[in-house]
Design a binder for this molecule. Structure first.
Ligand SMILES: NC(=O)c1ccc[n+]([C@@H]2O[C@H](COP(=O)([O-])OP(=O)(O)OC[C@H]3O[C@@H](n4cnc5c(N)ncnc54)[C@H](O)[C@@H]3O)[C@@H](O)[C@H]2O)c1
Ligand SMILES: [Zn+2]
Length: 356
């Protein structure tokens, strides 16, 4: 399963790669400042956007690898956020029927989530992640150094996924994470940056939280690689998030932001179903807010009002988790107590008005 290396910076990467000549680094074009760390390896630049996460890009990479003579013993390293690791993992898993690959994830979201677990792939027409495989990387190298250049919204998007994992598995780490990321936000408000003397404020705490979160995801994947059961829990907040991303696309909402709102909505559904109490819903909402994440459905720029819950529920009905007149939902009832529940669609329609 995934071997994860967590270090302070990129200086330990060469030792992990080892002494080999057949290394091909596929790197996000926006990460030019990190290119020097990969001097001496074959470097292939990647244009990253959801529009570019396609089979055409995979074909382009296959072509590059062939032209540069990558054979079946090559090691391909994907350096970038979740888009890069998804595309590179897929390309490597089909190139010459599969070659070894590894990742250096460079967004918080990809360190705590996207790079772990072996799911990779590309979009197909309007369908996200429609074509892919589940193939595990050789190793994943993470460090806070690469995160220092992230835009605050990108960092918060990763915070949402990390908090999701801790809601599922670890109330203690959840509280440490809320406190840490809330302090980071304060630091940002005070000084305009998360950094202090060139490093993240409290960077060792950040490293520990990333490591802890990554380990939880690894363990779940180890127990349920092909998502037959427990791995589904990681979709906490995601059913609503996907509906929000679809319906509120004009607001420019990011996936992680939608996950934060989705977790709050899922907790409100749990409350309406008598599975939790209002204290928990209020605590979760306040915690996410403290870390700078949105907790309410965004304002539609055209109507200047939040998108109506009724419209979100309509979008939910088209989700792949709908099974007849029910939808499989992951509902948080307390920290460390999350349930996989079949919620009747008519119940959702009935309570829609009370969810905001
Ligand atoms: N495979 C999985 O299990 C899994 C899980 C979650 C998400 N995903 C996928 O991950 C993707 C989203 O990942 P993401 O949010 O990392 O997106 P991303 O790769 O697009 O990165 C976000 C943005 O940050 C930039 N960036 C990357 N590293 C940077 C750095 N160190 N400094 C400054 N800017 C940097 C990128 O160029 C990009 O503009 C989606 O396509 C999603 O489907 C996959
Ligand atoms: Zn997600």
């Amino acid at each position: 399963m995934n071997k994860i290396h967590i270090q302070e910076d990129l200086s330990g990467l060469r030792a992990v790669i080892g002494d080999r000549g057949d290394v091909f680094v596929i790197i996000d074009k926006n990460l030019r400042e990190f290119y020097p760390y990969f001097a001496g390896f074959q470097l292939i630049e990647l244009e990253t956007s959801e529009r570019n996460k396609t089979l055409e890009t995979v074909a382009m990479l296959v072509n590059e690898l062939l032209e540069r003579g990558a054979d079946r013993n090559a090691l391909i390293i994907g350096v970038g956020g979740g888009i890069t690791t998804d595309i590179v993992g897929f390309t490597a898993s089909v190139y010459k029927r599969g070659v070894k690959f590894a990742f250096v994830p460079t967004t918080l979201l990809s360190q705590v989530d996207a790079s772990i677990g072996g799911k990779n792939g590309v979009n197909f027409h309007a369908y996200k992640n429609m074509i892919g495989t589940i193939t595990q990387p050789q190793w994943i190298y993470m460090c806070p150094e690469v995160l220092r250049t992230l835009h605050p919204r990108e960092l918060r998007a990763g915070t949402a996924e990390a908090l999701k994992t801790f809601v599922l598995f670890d109330p203690h780490c959840y509280r440490l994470a809320v406190d840490y990321f809330a302090e980071l936000e304060e630091q940002l408000q005070k000084s305009g940056s998360y950094l202090l003397n060139g490093k993240f404020y409290g960077e060792e705490r950040l490293m520990e939280l990333i490591g802890c979160c990554a380990r939880y995801k690894c363990e779940v994947v180890e127990r349920d690689e092909f998502e037959k059961g427990e791995r589904r829990m990681l979709n906490l907040g995601h059913t609503f998030a996907h509906a929000i991303e679809k319906v509120c696309v004009s607001t420019g909402i990011m996936h992680g932001e939608a996950v934060a709102i989705g977790m709050v909505l899922a907790a409100k559904v749990a409350l309406k179903m008598g599975m939790t109490d209002s204290d928990f819903v209020e605590e979760l909402t306040a915690d996410l807010k403290r870390t700078g994440l949105p907790v309410e459905i965004p304002i539609d720029p055209q109507s200047s009002k939040p998108t109506e819950m009724r419209i979100l529920v309509e979008a939910l009905k088209k989700d792949k988790k709908v099974d007849g007149d029910h939808i499989h939902s992951i509902l948080p009832c307390a920290l460390g107590d999350v349930k996989d529940v079949n919620v009747p669609l008519n119940k959702l329609e009935e309570i829609a008005g009370d969810l905001r």
